[in-house]
Design a protein around this ligand. Structure first.
Ligand SMILES: Nc1nc2c(ncn2[C@@H]2O[C@H](COP(=O)(O)OP(=O)(O)OP(=O)(O)O)[C@@H](O)[C@H]2O)c(=O)[nH]1
Ligand SMILES: [Mg+2]
Length: 328
């Protein structure tokens, strides 16, 4: 059975999560992290609760001040009595692996706050898995009832871009020093940003970088897309954060409803495709194990005596795939 792991689940229930148990939230996140297919058991129970939280993606080069920004946003949102979930996607590089320790220090005031839930997600190894897992945790926090969900990633790889693309408001945080910011823009972050933040504006060159980005944005202006605002901040002491929150609320607001709705539909479509591909691959592997005829055909492809298209035609013609599909 595809979702057989569900039978062994003995943790706090999804009902507890829906009733507001943080322990259940933490336990269920761990379950899903360890066994992604468990989401198939939980999703039907939370589907009607989804889409209430506003999810903000914060990305930018290492050390830009993303965790400091998260920290400041938590402060302002909590002062407004809004609840906040945070997902810090850990950088995979061993050189920056200690970063979350730093995050812990920066966010420690909020760990004891009952209206805040902070979770780190490690890249561990498997890349597509991290992006899927992050999206699942966003859903669980949404169902739990968080008003805002902040997702911090280092915006370098495709996985991070994939995660960030699935959030409602994308903040790209850059800093005046080094070439990292230009690098980040090359990595495709320019296109997905809803708001640009130039942090460490206490340092020289912040105004110039902002101007440079504004010019680039105007040059690439497309009629169907609003030019994102470029804001200066000092996350170390909270300067510029009020203005940022206003811009986030503006982006979340009614004038962008259609954009958000379209983004949500695109996201659901993409997710559906991804889940289909994951399940299809898992089913295919099972089929290879259980059906000797199919195994023989696949062997011919591996040995180079048969091409994959002809092989698939033969397999489909034999009807084995359809028979297996109807079992699950
Ligand atoms: N001068 C100055 N330093 C800042 C500012 N904001 C953050 N910092 C410092 O920059 C360093 C990195 O900040 P973090 O918030 O950990 O940055 P990050 O982007 O989360 O870092 P990683 O998660 O490791 O990529 C810390 O030492 C902060 O104190 C700022 O506005 N000005
Ligand atoms: Mg950080």
């Amino acid at each position: 059975m595809l979702f057989s792991a569900a039978k062994n689940y003995t943790g706090e229930s999804i009902e507890d999560l829906l009733a507001g148990s943080k322990i259940a939230l933490a336990r269920i996140i761990s379950v899903v992290e360890n066994e992604p297919s468990m989401m198939a058991k939980f999703l039907p129970k939370i589907q009607s609760e989804l889409g209430r939280a506003h999810c903000i993606g914060i990305t930018g080069p290492p050390g830009a001040g993303k965790s400091s920004l998260v920290n400041q946003l938590i402060k302002i949102l909590r002062a407004r009595d809004l609840t906040v979930g945070v997902i810090a996607v850990d950088p995979s590089s061993p050189f920056t692996g200690g970063a979350f320790l730093g995050d812990r220090v920066r966010m420690q005031d909020h760990y004891v706050d009952s209206g805040v839930f902070i979770r780190s997600m490690s890249t561990r190894g498997e890349f597509g898995g991290l992006s899927r897992a992050t999206k699942d945790v966003v859903k669980l926090m949404d169902a739990f009832g968080m008003d805002y969900i902040l997702v911090e990633t280092v915006g370098v790889g495709q996985t991070e871009v994939n995660i960030i693309e699935s959030t409602d408001t994308v903040i790209v945080e850059l800093v005046p020093e080094g070439g990292d910011s230009i690098q980040a823009m090359k990595a495709g972050l320019m296109e997905i940003a809803d708001i640009f933040v130039i942090n460490k504006s206490d340092r020289p060159g912040a105004g110039e970088l902002a101007a440079q980005i504004e010019i680039t944005l105007q040059m690439n202006y497309k009629e169907d897309k609003k030019i994102p605002p470029v804001l200066l901040t000092q996350c170390i002491d909270g300067l510029g954060i009020d203005e940022l929150v206003e811009q986030i609320i503006k982006h979340k607001g009614s004038s962008h409803k259609n954009v958000l709705e379209n983004r949500l539909k695109e996201r659901r479509q993409k997710e559906f495709d991804e889940i289909f591909a994951d399940i299809a691959l898992a089913e295919w592997k099972k089929l290879l194990e259980s059906d000797s005829k199919i195994r023989e055909t696949a062997k011919s492809v591996i040995e180079g005596t048969l091409d994959p298209y002809s092989a698939l035609q033969m397999i489909f013609a034999s009807g084995s795939i359809l028979k297996t599909g109807s079992k699950t």
